[in-house]
Design a protein around this ligand. Structure first.
Ligand SMILES: O=P(O)(O)O[C@H]1O[C@H](CO)[C@@H](O)[C@H]1O
Ligand SMILES: O=c1cc[nH]c(=O)[nH]1
Length: 285
């Protein structure tokens, strides 16, 4: 039995941070970083049945073209992804009254719709990128059991870069990736970083002694000769936890910055709007 400090429930029986009950969520879940983006997704719904908000976690559940979908904000970073994935999993796979894991488990589909910065100069701004795998420099998955995803490329990457801790590598669900055609959603490999500034090669007022390694990241070749494509802050955590909990996950980003060319998209809102609508339509087609 899971004790009160392990599985924390609010007085109405909802899970601690998300304030949700099992009936509040669908098995298809869109995650977004920005709480405001939840409404940008659900404004396309035929009907919204649930709106819930606590801290950075805003949840809307409704239907899009007849399909029940939950959209939830994680806020920024894999520390928040840890909370969202564990609490959503608890809603479907733990009997909250008995405080015991269920014997029959439910698999959820997670689709992250986020933003990201390109690491290669030849990737245009506005590209929709589906991360086939992600290298987590954030440490989250080092606290969980080993992933099935091969960690060899992560070890190679650490040796190649030379001066950062060992990242972990986690992969997208291949079956869920097939829902998003490669013609529209370019495939790539993502660096999930523990910050936006120095951990993504940026320097504003204080120096960034590791800025030079971002060219090495861009040069690194994976086992099949492919390159690292982009930088963001959630994907590796989402993939790693989804794999360990038995769910499917894909992470899709619109590339708003190009870190090699120093460019930023001139219409980030419009670029996100297109991605949201196209992704919703893929989910129902
Ligand atoms: O736009 P979202 O989904 O938040 O994703 C990206 O943007 C944030 C940083 O601006 C980080 O969360 C990063 O992963
Ligand atoms: O450069 C970028 C743009 C969006 N999100 C990030 O994490 N990095």
């Amino acid at each position: 039995m899971l004790g009160p400090s392990e599985l924390i429930l609010n007085s109405d029986g909802s899970v601690y941070h998300l304030n949700l009950l099992p009936e509040d969520i669908s098995t298809t879940i869109i995650t977004v970083g920005d709480p405001h983006r939840v409404g940008e997704v659900s404004k396309h719904f035929d009907a919204i049945e649930l709106v819930r908000e606590n801290r950075e976690f805003v949840t809307h559940t409704g239907t899009y073209k007849g399909k029940r979908i939950t959209v939830i904000s994680t806020g920024i970073g894999t520390d928040n992804v840890d909370i969202v994935l564990n609490e959503l999993d608890a809603l479907v796979n733990i009997d909250l009254n008995a405080r015991m894991p269920k014997s029959e488990l439910t698999s959820l589909d997670f689709v992250r719709i986020g933003t990201s910065g390109a690491l290669q100069s030849d990737i245009p701004l506005g590209t929709w990128l589906l991360s086939s795998s992600a290298f987590g420099y954030d440490d989250l998955l080092h606290f969980y059991s080993e992933l099935n995803t091969s960690q060899e490329a992560a070890e190679d990457l650490q040796k190649y870069i030379g001066r950062l801790p060992l990242p972990y590598r986690a992969a997208a669900s291949t079956s869920l990736s097939e829902v998003f055609p490669e013609t529209d959603y370019k495939r790539g490999h993502t660096l999930t970083m523990p910050g936006f500034y120095a951990p993504q090669g940026r320097a504003l007022r204080i120096g960034n002694p590791t800025a030079d390694i971002f060219h090495k990241f861009a040069e690194f070749e994976l086992e099949d000769g492919s390159r690292l494509t982009n930088l963001e802050m959630e994907t590796a955590g989402l993939y790693g936890l989804a794999e360990l909990l038995g769910h499917r996950a894909v992470s899709i980003s619109v590339l708003l910055a190009n870190r090699m060319n120093g460019e930023f998209h001139d219409d980030p809102k419009g670029a996100m709007e297109n991605l949201i609508l196209h992704t919703l339509n893929c989910l129902v087609s």
